[in-house]
Design a protein around this ligand. Structure first.
Ligand code: SF4
Length: 354
């Protein structure tokens, strides 16, 4: 099976996390607390960190939020991207108060002088920038030219804004061209990938709730990753922030691009199952969510497909009516009763990662 060949992109730093080049594809999320509420924001970021979030983003709609970054960044371990719109002064304030990156669109902060000021603050603070073009907020000039939001318009906007930063001798930036339309987003990123070597931040914006948003993101982000496009990603979900991170990792795991935590291979179950596979998987997911090491578990209902899957997993269980066979390192080891499957697998995993 051939590995995915990644597009060659320039490497930038978001705090201590490298984005682009040969660095691992990072998983991002965003807080939904008031950034000015330091306690709530720190608590949420710690929850994101616990499930493997590499970078998070905080909205800075006012001075209090931008200033709060100073305290927040002291209390968390992952870099923070400050989300800025329109007011260039908030960008400067966020950079001065610990933001590792500014998500700001040079085209909507009011002219070349202001872009220059923001770039000056970014350079002084070792801060990178994300140009975040969004299909839903393209500027009027491009909408008039193209008639409606489209991939060409998004890419033109991104490259125009990239030029504004390059004119200030600044190249520490990544770009996103998100749309809530999956096909438009794929088209835009493909065009952008061919037009520049800047690292690309992938996302389907306003993707929806947990199920719909996961499917849309897996298709949009996944299609691009399969072509080698994408250096960092955020799955946008109207759901708990931890879900965004977990889903991001699931997409990367499915493409063998990055692994984190226990990967459970489980069958859909049928009348042949020897135990309650669904309940077992739910319980294992819950009890093993703290494990960051890369391990595979095969949780299979019976001998039809069980031994085959278990042979390639670190640990496995295969249902049977006279006891369920537990597999260790791909080999049958001993039998466990239904009520002991979860505790036995958890014990084996925890022993292996300790
Ligand atoms: Fe059914 Fe067995 Fe296949 Fe699971 S592994 S779906 S229990 S036949």
């Amino acid at each position: 099976m051939e590995k995915i060949l990644r597009r060659k992109s320039r490497k930038i730093m978001v705090g201590n996390v490298a984005v682009g080049g040969d660095s691992p594809i990072s998983v991002q999320s965003m807080t939904n607390t008031l950034t000015s509420d330091v306690k709530a924001t720190v608590e949420q970021i710690r929850r994101q960190e616990a499930v493997g979030c590499d970078i998070t983003r905080c909205s800075c709609p006012d001075e209090a939020s931008a200033k709060a970054l100073k305290e927040i960044t002291k209390q968390v371990n992952i870099p923070i991207v400050a989300d800025i719109h329109f007011d260039y002064r908030l960008g400067i304030l966020a950079a001065d108060n610990g933001a590792a990156c500014l998500r700001i669109n040079p085209g909507n902060i009011g002219g070349a002088d202001r872009v220059k000021e923001v770039v000056k603050a970014a350079k002084a603070n070792g801060c990178s920038i994300r140009i975040g073009v969004n299909g839903g907020s393209l500027d009027k000039k491009l909408l008039t030219k193209y008639g409606e939001p489209c991939a060409e318009a998004m890419v033109e906007s991104a490259l125009e804004q990239a030029k504004m930063l390059e004119d200030n001798d600044f190249r520490e930036f990544k770009i996103s061209v998100k749309s809530s339309n999956t096909l438009m987003m794929i088209d835009a990123y493909r065009r952008l990938a061919a037009a520049c070597d800047y690292p690309l931040h992938l996302g389907v914006t306003e993707a929806g709730g947990l199920r719909a948003g996961t499917v849309k993101s897996a298709l949009g982000i996944g299609a691009l990753l399969m072509e080698g496009i994408g250096d960092t990603l955020r799955v946008s979900l109207t759901a708990d922030v931890e879900e965004e991170v977990k889903t991001g990792y699931e997409i990367l795991k499915a493409l063998d691009l990055r692994h984190r935590g226990v990967r459970i291979i489980s069958c859909p179950t049928c009348a042949r199952r020897g135990y309650d596979v669904q309940k077992t998987v739910e319980e294992l997911e819950r009890r093993l969510s703290h494990v960051s090491q890369n391990l595979t578990l095969a949780v299979m209902g019976c001998v039809v497909n069980g031994p085959g899957e278990a042979a390639h997993a670190d640990f496995g269980v295969c249902g049977g009516h006279d006891g369920n066979m537990l597999y260790i390192g791909g080999k049958p080891a001993y039998k466990v009763q239904n009520e002991n499957i979860v505790s036995e697998l958890v014990r084996l995993v925890e022993e292996k990662v300790s």
